[in-house]
Ligand binder design. Structure first.
Ligand code: SF4
Length: 536
């Protein structure tokens, strides 16, 4: 099928026309025809998905347990709920971890659940939860247990926090609960926020011992999908930068506990972890800025930002040497592959930062992103943090506790003077400009893409690759379009850093240039389609 260059404005009108008018009016605000970086329009985001629409989103529990705490190897992440909630959150994001020795604790391969039954729903599940904590402690002797609430737990009113306090006392280890019932927010984003709050309340600041190093940073919002964190650890070590704590790819409880001792927080996934960065700055005096290690150029830029922050000439020189050395291989691969990928089209609907970050990698291959959006982003992830004061706080957002943190007089340490921060202002402290500023005029920015909109994007524009998750994968591929998962990376990765970029170029080259997709006919190509419209 030849690529249809339908005007995006017309595409939008055609799609909206098919919805009942009330739905169309709501969706209209979440579909933006982008006018370019100089004219960033307001997008509707982080609002409830309209009932009946097939969404890509996950639940609040998934964001809390699966995303933020899931990649930490020495905590027992105990799910209080029916077994299905655990089973479908079991290693599905392919977070990797590397314990220092074979004997070191690693519970990531397990799915811990209270496996609630009907009788627990009727008579309460607290006794069962206590029993599960005791059993997990007896069998695994973990350093900590996190208890995650699922929908039924919230509905019947089990008090997971009271159980956590009791078990903490009884077992003598850190036990804390999360009120992250699936329905608590409009998407997994609420779960990220709940996880961030609990880390600040119960974990960060517990241990003042830290690894030695002149330049110590925490990496926030990096989850070691497909080994990304290993590649970043390699690069940082080569540069002489010490990773004090990672939230939370390849992480341990010990790292979380000592996070307050670092001299800088760098934030990869803005949506899932900006709360911890903000709160750590207030409580402990650690400045933060946004980085992006997806894309070779973006990785180089991020390393330079870190070196500039520390302002040490030796570090600045070393970072330049590392970048020069790494870019040699990167460039060689781009030169070989780009003639085959140049001009091809990508679309991506994933995450709260990934749909932004991965545009870097595609543009390094000469590919354009015609449409992108987030599943659980907020307006600031699209339009930049400058809009935060104007974001309307609705009832769903009010449902999530907004922690007020105070300066910890004992542990607070100003890392830079106010003058130094002003002088380094170009690094963009506490800032993120969002995705839209990097997208071209005439592109489509769509929040919480519906299944119907996805089908229409594919039918009309026929992209060379569509990036999303497992829920979309096989529907898209049945339409004859390859789908690259950017939650789990399918079986690939790492894609972060320099070696990760090379892996990505090679995988995308294979994906967009294989002829197998031409053999699959989309339903509307193979058989007649009956279309209907709602009567007014
Ligand atoms: S929505 Fe509720 S029931 Fe479903 S997986 Fe999430 S917590 Fe479990």
């Amino acid at each position: 099928m030849a690529k249809n260059e339908m005007d995006p404005q017309r595409w939008k009108q055609e799609v909206l026309k098919k919805y009942p008018s009330k739905i169309g009016k709501k969706r209209e605000k979440s579909i933006i025809v982008h006018e370019g970086p100089g004219d960033i329009k307001q997008i509707q985001a982080n609002v409830r998905t309209i009932p009946g629409i097939i969404t890509q989103r996950g639940c609040t529990y998934a964001g809390c347990k699966g995303v933020v705490l899931g990649p930490t190897r020495d905590i027992v992440n105990l799910v209080h709920g029916p077994i299905g909630c655990s089973f479908y959150a079991w290693l599905t994001r392919r977070n990797q971890t590397l314990p220092p020795t074979p004997e070191s604790p690693n519970f990531m391969n397990y799915a811990f659940s209270t496996d609630m039954q009907d009788s627990n729903i009727v008579f309460g599940g607290e006794a069962r939860l206590k029993q599960a904590c005791r059993e997990a402690f007896e069998l695994f002797k973990p350093k900590a247990i996190g208890i995650f609430s699922t929908c039924p737990v919230g509905l019947i009113g089990d008090d997971v926090h009271a159980v956590a306090r009791e078990m903490k006392e009884e077992l003598g280890i850190n036990v804390f609960g999360f009120s992250c019932e699936g329905y608590k927010g409009v998407s997994q984003s609420a779960g990220h926020h709940i996880a961030n709050n609990a880390l600040i309340k119960h974990v960060i600041g517990l241990n003042d011992e830290h690894p030695e190093g002149k330049f110590r940073i925490n990496m926030l919002g990096e989850y070691n999908i497909g080994g990304d964190a290993f590649e970043l650890e390699r690069i940082l070590e080569k540069c002489g930068i010490t990773l004090n704590a990672s939230f939370s790819g390849n992480s341990t409880m010990e790292q979380f506990e000592r996070a307050h001792t670092a001299d800088l927080n760098v934030v990869m996934c803005h949506r899932s972890i900006n709360y911890v960065a903000e709160m750590m700055e207030k409580k402990y005096g650690i400045p933060w800025f946004k980085v992006n290690f997806i894309g070779a150029e973006a990785s180089a830029k991020s390393l330079r930002k870190i070196a500039e922050y520390f302002g040490d000439q030796e570090l600045l020189d070393r970072v330049e040497c590392v970048i020069a050395e790494e870019l040699l291989n990167v460039q060689k691969t781009i030169d070989e592959i780009r003639p085959r990928t140049d001009g091809k089209m990508a679309m991506m609907f994933v995450g709260g930062s990934r749909a932004h970050h991965y545009q870097e990698l595609f543009s390094e291959l000469g590919m354009r992103t015609l449409s992108a959006g987030y599943e659980f982003g907020h307006r600031d992830d699209y339009e930049g943090r400058r809009v935060i004061p104007t974001i309307q706080v609705d009832a769903d957002s009010r449902n999530i506790e907004e922690l007020t943190v105070e300066r910890d007089e004992e542990k607070y340490r100003a890392r830079k003077t106010e003058e130094e921060i002003v002088a380094l202002g170009g690094l963009g402290f506490n800032d993120y400009e969002g995705m839209m500023v990097d997208m071209a005029k005439g592109t489509l920015v769509i929040d919480d893409l519906s299944h119907y909109e996805m089908e229409k994007l594919i039918e009309i524009y026929h992209p060379d690759v569509f990036c999303a998750g497992i829920k979309e994968k096989y529907c898209v591929q049945k339409m004859g379009i390859p789908l690259k998962q950017l939650h789990s990376y399918d079986y690939g990765g790492p894609y972060a850093g320099f070696e990760g970029a090379i892996n990505f170029y090679k995988d995308i080259d294979m994906i967009v240039n294989t002829s197998v997709w031409k053999l699959i006919k989309a339903p509307w190509e193979a058989e007649p389609v009956i279309e209907a419209e709602y009567a007014a």
